[in-house]
Design a protein around this ligand. Structure first.
Ligand SMILES: Nc1ncnc2c1ncn2[C@@H]1O[C@H](COP(=O)(O)OP(=O)(O)OP(=O)(O)O)[C@@H](O)[C@H]1O
Length: 317
C-alpha cells in the first residue's frame, strides 16, 4: 500500500519548480476512473467501476456499510493497491502524479490521521510548510468559528474537534480536489451545517471539486448536491439530487399493465435497477425525461414520487 503518496504532504523541494502546473485552469476532468477493480483476496469490492468528476462538481458518495466507499476513495488517491483499471487526476495518470498535482489534493480520511502529540497550531504549522498556497485567514476563521483550542495536544481534543481540525487542514491549502471520507460522522448537527456551508463556499469561491462519502441523507437533501450511488462495486447512478427526486417515479401494479404503460410512454427503468415484483405484480423505478414525461396513473398501475430514503434503499441494494 502506497500510503505516503497523497496522505502526507508533497515533497517540498520539487514543489516550487512545478508551480506552473498547479494552475486551476486545467480543462481535464478532476477525476477519471476507468475499469477499476479492487478486491481483497478473491472478493471483488470495486468491480469494473467507471467514474468521472468534472471541475467544480460536488458529489455525495452513498452506499451501504461495506459497499466499498473507503476503498474507492483511497484507490482514487493511490492509498490502496488496485487490481486493474486506471485512475487519472487533473489529466495525469495517478502513478505519474507530480508534486504540483499532489498539492492540489485535500484528503480527510475516515480515521483520524492527525499526530496526537502535536497541538493543533503545531500540526497546521507543519503542514503549512509543504504547500505553495495556504490560506491563513481561512484557518484562523475556522479555528475560531469551530471553537478549537489550537494550543491543546490533539489527543485531548474530542472526536468531533479532531474531525474539524482534519477538515481545516484539508481546506487550508485551497485544494482543487477535496476528498472526504465520512467527514461529518462525529460532528453534531450544527457542526455538520457549518461544514456543508464551508464546502459550498469553497466551491463557489474556487470551483473546487468535492467528493465526500456520507450516510446522512438529510444533509445532502439540504444542499442538493450530486449524489453517486455505489452498489455491487460500481457507480449505479450519479445525478443532481433534486433532479433525481423530481424525475423518478415508482410504478407498481399488474405486471402486464406496468409493462404496457412503460412501452406506451417509452419509460426506462432507473439505471442499474433490477425489476422487482412477485408473481403477476411488478414494482420498479423509472426516470422520466422530456421525451418520456411522468405518466398519469393508468388502470390499476400506481404512479408515485419517491423520497430520498427509498431511492437510497433501492439504488444501493
Ligand atoms: N484491508 C482490508 N482487508 C480485507 N478486507 C477489507 C479491507 N478493507 C476493507 N475490506 C472489506 O472491503 C469491503 C468494503 O469496505 P469499505 O471500508 O471500503 O466499505 P465502506 O463502504 O467504506 O463501509 P462503511 O460505510 O461501513 O464505512 C468490506 O467488506 C470490508 O470488510
Amino acid at each position: 500500500m502506497n500510503v505516503s503518496t497523497t496522505h502526507a504532504p508533497p515533497a517540498r523541494g520539487s514543489l516550487a519548480s512545478s508551480l506552473h502546473a498547479a494552475s486551476p485552469f486545467v480543462p481535464a476532468a478532476s477525476v477519471e476512473v476507468k475499469g477499476l477493480h479492487v478486491g481483497y483476496g478473491k472478493r471483488p469490492v470495486i468491480d469494473g467501476l467507471d467514474w468521472q468528476l468534472v471541475p467544480g462538481q460536488v458529489v455525495g458518495l452513498l452506499g451501504r456499510n461495506g459497499a466499498g466507499k473507503t476503498t474507492l476513495l483511497e484507490a482514487l488517491l493511490g492509498l490502496r493497491d488496485v487490481d486493474s483499471g486506471s485512475v487519472s487526476l487533473f489529466g495525469q495518470p495517478l502513478a505519474a502524479l507530480d508534486d504540483a498535482a499532489r498539492a492540489r489534493i485535500g484528503f480527510v480520511p475516515q480515521a483520524s490521521d492527525l499526530f496526537p502529540w502535536l497541538t493543533g497550531a503545531q500540526l497546521l504549522a507543519y503542514f503549512r510548510s509543504f504547500y505553495p498556497r495556504w490560506n491563513e485567514a481561512k484557518v484562523e476563521a475556522l479555528l475560531t468559528r469551530w471553537d478549537i483550542d489550537r494550543n491543546l495536544p490533539i489527543a485531548r481534543l474530542s472526536g468531533g474537534q479532531q474531525q474539524r481540525l482534519s477538515i481545516i487542514r484539508a481546506l487550508a491549502h485551497e485544494p482543487d480536489l477535496l476528498v472526504l471520507d465520512e467527514p461529518v460522522a462525529s460532528l453534531d448537527p450544527v457542526g455538520r451545517r457549518d461544514f456543508l456551508r464551508e464546502l459550498v463556499e469553497q466551491v463557489l469561491d474556487r470551483g473546487t471539486t468535492v467528493v465526500f462519502s456520507t450516510h446522512i441523507l438529510s444533509d445532502l437533501e439540504r444542499v442538493a448536491f450530486n449524489v453517486a450511488f455505489l452498489a455491487r462495486g460500481r457507480i449505479a447512478l450519479q445525478a443532481p439530487l433534486d433532479e433525481l427526486i423530481e424525475t423518478t417515479r415508482r410504478l407498481s401494479g399488474p405486471a402486464a399493465e406496468v409493462r404496457a404503460l412503460m412501452q406506451a410512454q417509452a419509460l426506462q427503468p432507473l439505471a442499474g435497477m433490477p425489476v422487482t415484483g412477485a408473481g403477476e405484480r411488478l414494482r420498479l423505478l423509472v426516470r422520466c425525461t422530456a421525451d418520456a414525461p411522468a405518466p398519469a396513473p393508468a388502470g390499476a398501475v400506481l404512479v408515485e414520487k419517491v423520497g430520498f430514503e427509498d431511492l437510497y434503499a433501492e439504488l444501493t441494494a
